[in-house]
Design a protein around this ligand. Structure first.
Ligand code: DOR
Length: 434
């Protein structure tokens, strides 16, 4: 983007600077040059007019202008599972959903457990990606949970966090060591909390709905005992722990207590954990098969409370695209996962429409907080930052049609939902996507 862009008259929300008002934002040479909130003197207004004269001007009246969203939990599937998603298709989906930075989980083939894979991902994204990609390295070699991977080498190559996501780190000593290293490298350890002995064989939430469908259940305790173990280990080591995809009331309670006690823990949830319950599985809907599973209304209520009081810092997508044929198998055999990049913002905005979060709080959860947790200079519209910007029409209603997704993953339980709020323009890496 050699030229300048002036986005005028939009409602700018940037919690990193406490900005929440109508104004203009100027982009020069791919960087944020400055923001002016309306009002001001006649002289200032005249300066704005002068700047507008030699820029591409975007009229954002009636729209929100936000920092590009940061997704700290996505599966881009490359290398190895290109039939599900590629870095090219996943980052295109990201940009369409308002995201300008995406962190990709290491459960690829080969696993991202060494710097060669990390470098491959970064090179591939440099060549083909539509947004910024930050790899997350595996905690253990091959994600087998046994031996720590080369965290130092991967950190140097560009990994921003470590996780065995998709699988838990079952061995407590291995987790303890990983948390100790997290202090050395100053990165979070992202924990997929699941006690495999408790969840074994389960395909949906344990309870009445599973009984009626004749499906095996995964109890809330399978998540909660591992959340408890990991906050205890974070307390022991002083390491940096981030809990992935929180789905239960009990997990929220444990994390809240841990934060009160000063343990270094942060947490994320995903839109499907505050929008839908286990009932959506009815009819053996494999698009609603996800791990951890969809839970009950009381879990949704607790997660919303956790988002409101700051117990849950982040809304991530856990974008988990799968090939259509895999999801068409019988419920027991279909893979876990929901394609989330193209619906997350609208589902998050539902919390704003419903009075659960304010707009600045939503931007914190979807842009600023993930960037801060990962130490990225993102999620902000501060002058000098990369011009990662999303313009959102929060009133626009649209119907979710996965056939129209840019992601290869059409697996969404929100098919046919009418959502309110759509990104109409995403600016990233010097390009305007509209
Ligand atoms: O539903 C899920 N899908 N949960 C995970 O933890 C992994 C993910 C995947 O990779 O498909």
């Amino acid at each position: 983007m050699g030229g300048n862009v002036l986005i005028r008259n939009g409602h700018i929300v940037d919690p990193s600077q406490g900005i929440d008002g109508v104004g203009d934002i100027l982009i020069e040479h791919g960087k944020i040059a400055g923001i002016e909130i309306h009002g001001g003197s006649a002289e200032e207004r005249k300066q704005r007019e002068t700047k507008a004269a030699d820029s591409r001007t975007v009229d954002a009246a009636g729209m929100y202008v936000l920092p590009g969203l940061v997704d700290m939990h996505a599966h881009l599937r490359e290398p190895g599972f290109e039939s599900k998603e590629t870095i090219a298709s996943g980052t295109m989906a990201a940009v369409k959903g308002g995201f300008t930075s995406v962190c990709c989980m290491p459960n690829t083939d080969p696993v991202n457990d060494n710097e060669t894979v990390t470098e491959f991902i970064l090179r591939k994204n440099h060549a083909e990606g539509s947004c910024y990609v930050y790899p997350i390295g595996a905690i253990t070699k091959g994600q087998k949970g046994e031996e720590l991977a080369e965290m130092g080498m991967m950190r140097e190559a560009g990994c921003v966090a470590f996780s065995d996501d998709g699988r838990p780190v079952t061995n407590g000593l291995v987790m303890r060591r990983a948390l100790e290293y997290s202090k050395v490298f100053d990165v979070p350890i992202i924990s997929h909390c699941e006690d495999l002995a408790l969840s074994e064989g389960g395909v949906m939430n344990e309870g009445e709905a599973a009984l009626l469908l004749g499906l095996s259940g995964i109890p809330s305790s399978a998540e909660e005992v591992m959340v408890a173990r990991d906050v205890i280990l974070a307390g022991l080591t002083g390491g940096r722990l981030h809990i992935a995809h929180v789905s239960t009331e009990g997990s929220v309670r444990i994390i809240r207590r841990a934060k009160e006690r000063g343990i270094r823990v942060t947490a994320e949830t995903c839109p499907h954990y505050f929008c839908i319950t286990e009932e959506v599985v009815e009819g053996y809907n494999t698009d609603a098969k996800v791990n951890p599973p969809l839970r009950r209304q009381r879990d949704i209520d607790a997660i919303m409370q956790g988002l409101m009081d700051g117990t849950i810092d982040v809304i991530a997508t856990d974008h988990a695209p799968h090939h259509r044929d895999e999801k068409r198998r019988e419920f027991d055999k279909a893979p876990f996962g929901i394609s989330g990049l193209e619906t997350a913002l609208a589902l998050g905005l539902g919390l704003v429409h419903g009075g659960v979060l304010t707009m600045p709080q939503l931007v914190e959860k979807m842009a600023l907080n993930p960037a801060r947790i990962l130490g990225l200079q993102k999620g902000t519209l501060k002058a000098g930052s990369d011009a990662d910007v999303v313009v959102v029409d929060v009133k626009r209603e649209w119907t979710v049609d996965p056939e129209g997704f840019v992601s290869k993953g059409k697996n969404t339980p929100f098919r046919g939902w009418v959502l309110k709020g759509k990104p109409v323009m995403t600016i990233c890496k010097g390009k305007i996507h509209e």
